[in-house]
Ligand binder design. Sequence first.
Ligand SMILES: Cc1cc2nc3c(=O)[nH]c(=O)nc-3n(C[C@H](O)[C@H](O)[C@H](O)COP(=O)(O)OP(=O)(O)OC[C@H]3O[C@@H](n4cnc5c(N)ncnc54)[C@H](O)[C@@H]3O)c2cc1C
Length: 430
Amino acid sequence: MHRHAPEVVVLPSCREEVVRIIDLARRHRIPFVPRGAGTGLSGGALAKFGGILISLTRMRSIREVDFENRQAVVQPGVINLDLTKAASPSGYYFAPDPSSQMVSSIGGNVAENAGGPHCLKVGTTTNHVVCLEVVLPTGETVELGSRAADCPGYDLAGVFTGSEGTLGVATLAVLKLSRLPQSVKTMLAAFPSLKEACDAVSNVISRGIIPAALEMMDRRMIRAVEAATKAGLPLDAGAVLIVELDGFAASLPAQADQVAGICARHGCREFRTAGNEIERQVLWKGRKEAFGTLGRMTRDLYLHDAVVPRNRLSDVVTSIYGIADRGGVPLAILAHAGDGNLHPILLFDRSKAGEEERILGLVREMLRICIDAGGTLSGEHGIGSEKNEYMDMLFTASDLEAMQRLRAAFNPDELCNPGKILPFRFCGYR
Ligand SMILES: Cc1cc2nc3c(=O)[nH]c(=O)nc-3n(C[C@H](O)[C@H](O)[C@H](O)COP(=O)(O)OP(=O)(O)OC[C@H]3O[C@@H](n4cnc5c(N)ncnc54)[C@H](O)[C@@H]3O)c2cc1C
């Protein structure tokens, strides 16, 4: 929805150049914005008030892969999937897997605390960051966290992760590597309606099974994905779940039977298991490219991101459909259902007068429903300049003041990515 051009784009190739750019920006009081691959979905990498865009795409070397300590040292412009490609021949991988992982950068993943289908079991990016080298908006270079376990002092690497480029520029990241599982089983379960699929999700988890991934697509989404990928999705289903189990080979058949039994009790009409790696990849290709496949059906999309407690998924989804129906707007739903992370996607045409404002009004109503159900404003895409004016719906004035004081400790002149996360009244720009 947003478009803002910077006055200048710089492409540093090392930390020293980042320091010099920030020194210049400070001297002339010019705002600057760090940018990775630009795939962010909440406007975080847009130069809202012009100034300097610091593109980190040239800083893309994997400096070290240390299997003994299960750590990798990478520059921020490294593409997420490239790290897994480098580690996997030795049996390791980088676990956070946003659907954009073939293009999004580690710097952007850290700044957004990116999630992904497989973060249900292993947690989002913050659980995989060991320490960070950061150039602060004051020009100093600091190391946040430490390569040894249990670093004393404040958890500043934790504070930086998810700070959406407002606390400085990450110039190096030390990340945890995970061992590839011995065995994986990927299943597709088709349900007559989204409600039954949502209920099956809560039931699987309450039985003590934590799948590696538990993803959901509704009917419109299934149709778009099937038209693009021919993955063999059932076109008459109201919703499908993709359930992936991983672990020791001997433990998976019994767990898969349990999942099949739970799905059957919730009205599952078709349950199948990918027979080989190619069938598994076809299912995942469909899921990971799902958002893009809607491009065949509409001129514009508004992809929206919220989280609700898992056991409220089915009522929230019903209310969200109600809002879209009343507004006469076609809607598709994708969800990292195991986490209660919903992506309602509104299909519209921005060339129609007043349509953008109308869509934003509907999205606001949907967010209200999610918050009232005990949920939150974003599961993984961040707040950026998209939802900062909604922060008052979730936080008290004192909560927001505390966040502003923390931000000012790192970014005292508000030159680093102004106008993001907190409502505009905090940033002092017009
Ligand atoms: C098709 C598609 C699917 C997606 N799927 C997912 C998903 O499954 N899960 C998910 O979490 N997200 C998803 N996203 C959103 C996006 O890909 C992630 O937020 C990703 O982490 C952004 O990385 P990037 O390199 O593109 O960052 P950018 O968009 O360039 O920047 C994002 C933010 O990070 C900051 N930033 C970037 N680099 C640095 C740095 N070195 N230091 C400090 N701040 C920095 C920027 O200022 C900005 O605020 C998807 C996006 C698309 C287009």
